[in-house]
Design a protein around this ligand. Structure first.
Ligand code: HEC
Length: 172
């Protein structure tokens, strides 16, 4: 005779964490719309997680409204304390970027002579094709501008816009 198996009970906190685990795919996955460079770039940037690191969040992990790609997410670890950059085309962001400079930043982790902190994962992005990088840049150019000065070369000060302490925060 077979023994009845006990029902699985998940212990805390796994029972909560598991809710955010993706469900198995059980229906056809719709093809992404990659009909224009901007749409293709959006698809690639979503996979690459650009927005996860470059959009500040509230205490509950929700993106701050109107701050998409506005930077200021703090990363504190062995790499130092660094805030993500505002990658919108506002004057406080990266309005001066062209495709060549963007490609350099993505592939090498340098912006001209300025090294980017390695938390910006250029080492994983450097294998992207020129076409993919151009598409991501086309998408970046569609971002709504966000006025948010973030500069890791300046001392960390309180920022009333993202309510974090980051370089140049007192200029917001
Ligand atoms: C793991 C988090 C993370 C991810 C993912 C990420 N970034 Fe970054 N990014 C950062 C941080 C942090 C900085 C600031 C580095 C510094 O100032 O030293 C940065 C800097 C940059 C810069 C340089 C801006 C300047 O100061 O000139 C650009 C451009 C950029 N990121 C674009 C992107 C794009 C596009 C993607 C997606 C393809 C992306 N990032 C994904 C964390 C991330």
């Amino acid at each position: 005779m077979r023994k009845q198996r006990p029902t699985t009970e998940l212990i805390f906190p796994v029972n909560y964490l598991i809710r955010s685990v993706p469900k198995p795919v059980d229906a056809p996955v719709p093809q992404p719309d990659v009909s224009t460079p901007e749409k293709r770039g959006k698809y690639l940037a979503t996979i690459a997680g650009c927005g996860d690191c470059h959009t500040p969040q509230d205490a509950h992990g929700q993106p701050l409204p109107g701050m998409d790609f506005g930077g200021g997410v703090i990363f504190d670890g062995p790499w130092g304390r660094v805030a993500s950059a505002n990658i919108t085309s506002d004057a406080s962001g990266i309005p001066y970027y062209d495709e060549a400079l963007f490609t350099q930043a993505i592939r090498t982790g340098f912006v001209k002579a300025r090294p980017l902190n390695p938390i910006m994962p250029s080492h994983t992005f450097r294998g992207m094709t020129n076409e993919d990088i151009a598409a991501v840049f086309a998408y970046v150019k569609t971002f709504k501008t966000v006025r948010h000065h973030v500069d890791n070369t300046e001392p960390p000060t309180y920022c009333q816009v993202c309510r974090q302490t980051h370089g140049g925060g007192n200029q917001n």
